[in-house]
Design a protein around this ligand. Structure first.
Ligand SMILES: Nc1nc2c(ncn2[C@@H]2O[C@H](COP(=O)(O)OP(=O)(O)OP(=O)(O)O)[C@@H](O)[C@H]2O)c(=O)[nH]1
Ligand SMILES: [Mg+2]
Length: 263
């Protein structure tokens, strides 16, 4: 046997087995690498060199594969992070209050402010039978307002919506002193309800354009706001749905508090 024949013979005796690489959530990792040498140990430089070359080729292949998978993983991580970071959060907000408080007028004005739509003329807004829905983007939030009719016959269905709510906007006709006690009892019922536990409440003291409207102190006192605020974020905002005064301030308070509440 010549020198070349002997070399070929030795090469045949060398077998390098490399286990496949395994995927894990953190990327690619080499599970196990086995070198099995038939016919005893490597005895020549040739064996060592060919072993190194084979090992190098495989490592390169694995490295390239790792880089490809690594890029994909990185991409999905970054895109997931970006989606989380930039996507708008959805907030379900209930607009509640006694009938004639100004809920639908308020909703129409919110649509005009945040969606730049033309609001319905005030005298064209009928008492709500059922509910009105308003979807709008407010800052980084996709707000969905549920304006539910406030007549006594509709108040009994309000609780069907509580479990999905992230925030509560309670509209009060602050010019109607005679119905403040009824409004107060209604708020107390909301505060007590377990499905609304911890949910922020914004009390919109509406119709401030009317001279006889109650002041903030009176509203705070009647609705016992300091006490309610012990169990959840609670705030009184004087406003007028007619003039839009106070609407944006109140809504930005509510949206900010909603961000802190997980449902
Ligand atoms: N002066 C004054 N009147 C208002 C204001 N907001 C609403 N109104 C009037 O109050 C009345 C009731 O308004 P709505 O918006 O229909 O009240 P609501 O709370 O939706 O009533 P329901 O749908 O029956 O529950 C209407 O005549 C409105 O024009 C306001 O800021 N100032
Ligand atoms: Mg209405």
């Amino acid at each position: 046997m010549g020198v070349e024949g002997k070399k070929r013979e030795r090469t045949k005796k060398i077998k390098i087995e490399l286990d496949d690489c395994s995927m894990s959530s953190t990327g690619v990792r080499i599970k196990r690498r086995k070198h099995i040498f038939f016919g005893g140990q490597l005895t020549s430089w040739f064996g060592i060199v060919s072993s190194l070359v084979a090992g190098f080729k495989t490592s390169r292949r694995l490295y390239c594969r790792k880089r490809r998978v690594g890029f994909g993983t990185m991409f999905s991580l970054i895109s997931g992070f970006a989606e989380q970071f930039f996507s708008k959060r959805e907030a379900q907000i209930l607009i509640l209050g006694l009938d004639n408080a100004g809920k639908t007028t308020t909703l129409e004005q919110l649509k005009a402010i945040y969606k730049k739509t033309n609001p319905l003329p005030f005298d064209k807004i009928p008492p709500t039978i059922g509910l009105n829905l308003g979807k709008m983007d407010i800052g980084n939030c996709k707000a969905i307002f549920w304006d539910i009719g406030g007549q006594a016959s509709f108040r009994v269905i309000w609780d069907k919506y509580y479990s999905e709510a992230h925030g509560l906007l309670f509209v009060v006709d602050s010019s109607d002193e005679q119905r403040l006690d009824e409004a107060k009892a209604t708020v107390e019922g909301l505060v007590r309800h377990t499905d609304l536990k911890g949910i922020p409440i914004l009390v919109m003291a509406n119709k401030q354009d009317i001279d006889s409207a109650c002041t903030e102190d009176v509203i705070r006192d009647i609705f016992d706001i300091d006490n309610v605020a012990r169990s959840r974020p609670c705030h009184v905002q004087l406003c007028s749905a007619y003039t839009r005064e106070g609407l944006e301030d109140g809504i930005s308070w509510l949206i900010n508090k909603i961000k802190l509440v997980e449902r």
